[in-house]
Design a protein around this ligand. Structure first.
Ligand code: EPU
Length: 355
């Protein structure tokens, strides 16, 4: 286990904000997680678990505790009770349905690429989402109609409360829209995700597709819906809209979309707000649309830029610190509240000692 002291959180997160963390521990094995637990316990310090830092915001006061970086690697196929390293698995072992297992520190998109290259459907629409595999079930990542909840089989995690390894099934994860047991309520922050298993099948998605993907398919008259081609299309859509966190400081969507009951959706629609309806009448408003309608798309607010391509994304152009993000966020939230009455909720989590 590697230990670093007084590390800038800005350095560890794609939004590039935040003061210093007292300790950063780098866990490359499940054993390291145990050691990190012991280390923090001995020093009476809280632990904050982080993957790629792509959905995490640091505050100016930093973190007076231990940030545990999940860097456990490996991708396997489960065969009976055995885990076979993917580069050693023969094509017979890769049947029509596989349980693909990855360690929490794997890069999410490498995991997706492995599956799509071999013709497995289930996660292809989530291509190019930044961050690690361990973070995927924590916030139930999702894009273009898929989310992790639809394919998750099992999670192995280190329980920081009871100091033991546990296996969790989907029904124990309370997964909703960007909302799970891992990031909400009394168990938020309790589990270090050691490995994630998903169930995937050979096959392909069928139309109709999620709105922005369908638009692309119609425009380019695409007819190949294989996982590999969906991956290519999604990558193109994303690259045209969403900043690459390696190049431009951001944390992806900064606000959640707004989900409405049927009555709320009816009322919003009467007021001219475009609603994406579910079959049962409930609906979704794109927060990006709301922000754009407030005239804020592309605007620079307190060193932060509302992306001119996707108004849900806030870019840290030259924020002096977290306080600038806070001021920019308040302007956006207030504007949307005043014009439409909706309260936008932040999507990324914030590192704090009293979470
Ligand atoms: N729209 C606007 N103006 C904008 C942006 C969007 O009017 O500036 C409207 C358009 O009508 C557009 C629709 O919103 O057709 C949908 O936009 P898009 O498909 O780009 O998706 P989104 O709602 O902005 C969500 C996720 C993204 C995910 C995409 C694709 C959230 C918070 N965001 O964004 O996830 O990639 O759908 O499925 O749910 C993330 O969570 O960090 C993230 C990037």
């Amino acid at each position: 286990m590697r230990i670093r002291e007084n590390v800038s959180i800005a350095e560890l997160t794609t939004m590039r904000l935040g003061g210093k963390a007292r300790y950063v521990l780098i866990a490359e094995t499940p054993d390291d997680v145990q050691k990190a637990y012991d280390f923090a316990k001995e020093k009476h310090l809280p632990v904050w678990v982080m993957g790629g830092g792509a959905n995490t915001i640091g505050r100016d006061e930093g973190y007076a505790g231990v940030i545990l970086l999940n860097r456990m690697k490996g991708i396997f196929v489960r065969h009976g009770d055995e885990l076979i390293e993917v580069d050693q698995a023969s094509s017979e072992e890769l049947g029509d349905e596989i349980i693909l297992v990855g360690m929490g520190g794997e890069i999410w998109d490498d995991f997706v690429k492995f599956a799509t290259d071999r013709g497995y459907t289930g996660i292809e629409a989530m291509s190019l989402i930044p961050g690690t595999l361990g973070a995927a079930p924590v916030q139930n990542i999702g894009a273009y109609g898929q989310d992790v909840a639809q394919v998750i089989e099992e999670v192995k995690a280190y329980d920081l409360k009871d100091n033991q390894m546990v296996t969790l099934k989907p029904e124990e994860m309370e997964m909703g829209y960007r909302h799970t047991r891992f990031n909400h309520g009394k168990d938020a922050g309790r589990f270090v995700i050691v490995s994630v298993a998903v169930r995937l099948k050979k096959g392909e998605l069928k139309p109709p597709f999620y709105n922005s993907l369908q638009k692309y398919i119609d425009e380019y008259r695409e007819t190949d819906f294989s996982p590999k081609n969906i991956r290519r299309m999604v990558s193109e859509i994303r690259n045209g809209k969403l900043p690459d966190p390696e190049q431009i400081a951001s944390a992806g969507s900064f606000f959640k979309n707004v989900y409405l009951s049927k009555d709320e959706a009816d009322k919003a629609e009467e007021n001219g707000i475009p609603i994406w309806r579910n079959i049962d009448g409930t609906g979704k408003v794109n927060s990006g649309w709301l922000i754009e309608a407030c005239g804020l798309k592309g605007q620079k607010l307190h060193g932060m830029r509302v992306s001119d391509k996707a108004a849900l994304v806030l870019i840290n152009e030259e924020a002096g610190g977290y306080f600038d993000l806070e001021a920019a966020r308040a302007k956006i939230v207030d504007a949307v509240k005043e014009k439409f009455g909706f309260i936008l909720e932040q999507e990324p989590v914030e590192i704090s000692s009293n979470a």
